[in-house]
Design a protein around this ligand. Sequence first.
Ligand code: HEM
Length: 446
Amino acid sequence: MNEIKPTPKYTPSVWLLGALPQLQKNPLAVMDRAFREFGEVVEVPVPRIRMFVVSQPALAEHILVTNIKNYSKDTRGYAMLKTVLGNGLVTSEGAFWKRQRRIAQPAFHREKIATFADTMVRLAREAACTWPTDRPFDFNREMMKVTLSIAAETLLSTDVTKDSEGVGRALTQALELMIWKITHPFTWPSWVPTQRNREFAAAKGELDGIVQSIIGRRRAGERHEDLLQMFVDTTDSETNESMTDEQLRDEVMTMFLAGHETTANALSWTFWLLGQSPEVWARLEREVTTVLGTRVATLADVPKLPYAAHVMKESMRLFPPVWTLGRRVVETETACGYTFPKGALVFVVPYLLHRNPQFWEAPLEFNPSRWENPEVPKHKAAYIPFSSGQRKCIGDAFANLEAALLLATFVQMKKITVLPGQQVVPVPVVTLRPSTQIQVTAVDRA
Ligand code: HEM
């Protein structure tokens, strides 16, 4: 029996504007309060549209997996992303998305990803050697740099530290402006020649040109062992078609954005949490030292570092880099007892699902050991840092491998201390970013 339940409404809200001013200021705070004070499914009043916040695993599963065809990505957020990423895997839908995913999928098979392990470790070691040893520095910035260099090398075989082609500079500039654009939705549309729009168009144009010339060289016969090569070489198993230059470019941009900032933030939050939990940090150091000694980490070490994997899982539970997933209801339906009208916006919120006390013991505690219990999580959709269903992250194995190897390598090489007295809270930009710099010191281990 599907009993229909009334959906609680978030209050207080401003006349005509509803909760819009609060949402614009801090959507994470609104959704967090909606869950704590009103429940697992809450309607948040906003002008002209119905909006729901979901933090119930069964309903999350319904929206993302069981009845995914009724929940589209036709939202303002994805439309903004589309203006900068084009029609890549994150933003496309329907038959086009399905075909692109079929072509891209083989490149992300575990054994293909495994070939990147040595590159990840080499770039992590090179990065750690550049960190200051005589003064504090911003850890998040360093994580962004290292994951960007790994993305550039594994996608395009380009070394951004040498950066002969200017990819690193053009990319950093374009990404910064892209994030600014996404986080300032009420600015002038792209065709109005404001200074920012002109800067963005120039940076994107330069980056497109660089990527286009790399693609051109591959078409002319140059070969590398990277993701782009796999995309160029693969044809669709059903239609036998391959990607056009434009599709390749959109996928490369998409992979850069989807792959580097998410992993960087996951690592930054991990070290932030370790800084608050000396016992966890000590146990992790013991595991890394026992397994690696002074040897350079390899792919074969990853399964021998189970506690490191639990540390990463637990940090992505508390601070999932993709903190919310917005969807548009295609046709009115009642699911798990709640009615969602056609056209409404539904936000499935990993940040809240991961902290729902019905599914997690001591949900706010950073306790990697909880993952030793095979019955955790209690519901499979109570933990979805990579989403779930057919739109699940294609790079999850890549991200898990990268995070495990970087965490182990940094702990092995450096004695890192998070400076005390810092106030760092999550800021919901495109990903869940730290509100300020995370100041650390890092000295070489003997
Ligand atoms: C810790 C790191 C990462 C996290 C937490 C993460 C999380 C996610 C999530 C939640 C989605 C679903 C987004 C949505 O529904 O709009 C997604 C999609 C995606 N991610 Fe990741 N991701 C990570 C790393 C990566 C990496 C390293 C890559 C590529 C190298 C990547 C590529 C993608 C792509 C292409 C999609 C779209 C997939 C599709 O819809 O077919 N991600 N990711």
